[in-house]
Design a protein around this ligand. Structure first.
Ligand code: CAA
Length: 436
């Protein structure tokens, strides 16, 4: 009997910028009680892009790290899609830079998908269907974003930057991270909750309204999913529930809202359920911030790394929300592959900067986007690609050597920018996850 091919995320990897600022320091600088950011939003550290780092270097960096582990599959990649709302050009896709930087075959379909934070999920669903029709071919789906809000705005503490690259293929006969369900619930509605006009670097947002839109979409997409699945399926069967994470407490709000929709209205019961099925996935998001399209997949990476020993056969629900809006609710099943990206170590290797330096780094990075010139003062990132500037309206990327399995040791900050602490030696790094 022929079995229907199942699509899977075979493996994934992550890239983050070199620097981060703590929410404690940001709160103090903005005259806000740190508890608002910690207890109120669930945020502790926020990744900051500096000069030389952009959505392309992050996307290519995540893909490069992933392909280092699967060099024999590179020639079999026939689809490369980047889901992002931080594209660097109105026409030329981020994915074609990635294609060149990580040396993918010329027989590859390459494009970018945009729908706010939903883009990468659209890409993943498309890649899954594509892979199911092509045994022995693979898709590279990359979620990558740089979240920018106006300085001093209420959105400022919910910024971040990073990328998650996923290798998608058929699940048969190989260890996988997650086998994806072929049913998904969707919801679309035109709203102005969060958007970024072409003439702005920073997003515009109606904060409270965006939270309402997210919650409304969650129920609609969830109900659509279970309508298709029939009466036998239930949220209770899920071991873990993953959400789009613009800030970690949004995932808590979402889960509690969904439970209340299912009739669980006792706060104590709902919070215990959140602790059991959601909280474990949020530790990396607390340390990176909002990475829009990649936030859901960063939560997946964090959960997988943390629960690696018991991951196989675990049932996981995923909710993706993109402002504007489109959302999708789907489920997946844990496979037997073990994660090999060492996310906690990657985050521990970053460098903390103070608030003045975060502002200077962001300004310098934005300046590079607006000037037609090549810059020598770029930061050597955590990945082997650096954006060196624009000449004759063409972006230029250079490749650097990054020693494998060694922490990156060079930190060349632009003149006058204070770096708080140098890289910690690996042995000195703690092993606990950020469970605050
Ligand atoms: N101690 C403890 N908690 C405190 C506190 C203190 N001193 N002060 C405030 N808080 C709590 C508040 O009670 C509140 O908790 P609840 O949400 O549980 O009520 C929380 O901290 C936040 O406080 P405010 O609501 O007063 O915060 P705010 O109005 O300044 O902004 C925000 C919050 C609207 C999320 C804002 O950060 C924002 O606009 N962010 C960007 C938009 C966003 O992330 N939207 C999410 C849905 S849209 C989406 O998901 C797409 C996307 O990625 C953007």
């Amino acid at each position: 009997m022929l079995t229907k091919p199942e699509g899977a995320i075979l493996d994934l990897d992550i890239a983050v910028p070199r620097h981060y600022v703590t929410h404690e320091n940001l709160a103090i600088a903005r005259g806000v009680e740190p508890e608002k950011y910690h207890a109120g939003l669930g945020c502790w550290e926020m990744s900051v892009c500096g000069p030389g780092e952009d959505v392309v270097t992050l996307a290519a960096g995540a893909a490069w790290r992933l392909l280092q582990r699967h060099p024999h599959l590179r020639e079999k990649i026939g689809l490369c899609v980047v889901g992002t709302e931080s594209g660097v050009d109105g026409a030329k896709p981020t994915a074609i830079y990635v294609h060149q930087l990580v040396n993918l075959p010329s027989t590859c379909r390459v494009f970018e998908i945009k729908h706010a934070c939903y883009g990468a999920t659209a890409a993943l669903q498309m890649a899954q269907a594509w892979a199911c029709m092509r045994p022995d071919r693979y898709a590279l789906v990359i979620a990558a974003d740089v979240a920018r809000y106006k300085r001093y705005s209420s959105g400022e503490p919910t910024q971040g930057a990073g990328a998650v690259a996923m290798l998608v293929g058929q699940a048969q006969d190989q260890p996988v991270c997650l086998t994806l369900s072929d049913v998904s619930g969707t919801h679309a509605e035109e709203v102005y909750d969060f958007w970024r006009p072409n003439y702005q670097a920073a997003a515009l947002v109606k904060g409270k309204f965006s939270v309402e839109c997210y919650l409304k979409s969650l129920l609609a997409a969830h109900d659509d999913f279970y309508r298709q699945m029939g009466k036998s399926a239930s949220l209770d069967a899920m071991d873990y529930a993953l959400y789009h994470v613009p800030f970690p407490h949004m995932a808590r709000k979402a889960h509690v809202h969904l439970l209340s929709h299912k009739g669980i209205v006792q706060e104590e019961e709902a919070l215990a359920d959140y602790q059991r099925r959601v909280k474990l996935s949020l530790w990396a998001n607390r340390r990176v911030g909002n990475i829009y399209s990649a936030s859901l997949y960063l939560a997946l990476a964090g959960l997988w790394e943390r629960e690696a020993d018991t991951w196989s056969k675990k049932q996981v629900s995923l909710f993706s929300y993109g402002s504007g809006s489109c959302s999708e609710y789907f489920t997946a099943c844990g496979g037997t592959r073990r994660p090999a990206f060492h996310l906690k170590t990657l985050l521990d290797q970053r460098v903390e900067v103070d608030v003045a330096t975060y502002e200077a780094l962001s300004d310098h990075a934005l300046l590079m986007e607006q000037n037609d010139s090549i810059h020598s003062e770029t930061i050597r990132g955590m990945v082997p690609f650096v954006f060196v500037g624009i000449r004759d309206h063409e972006r230029t990327y250079e490749q650097q050597t990054v020693a494998e399995k060694e922490p990156v040791t060079v930190v060349a900050a632009p003149a006058g920018m204070g770096i708080h602490r140098e890289l910690a030696p690996l042995a000195a790094l703690g092993s606990s996850f950020c469970d605050r």
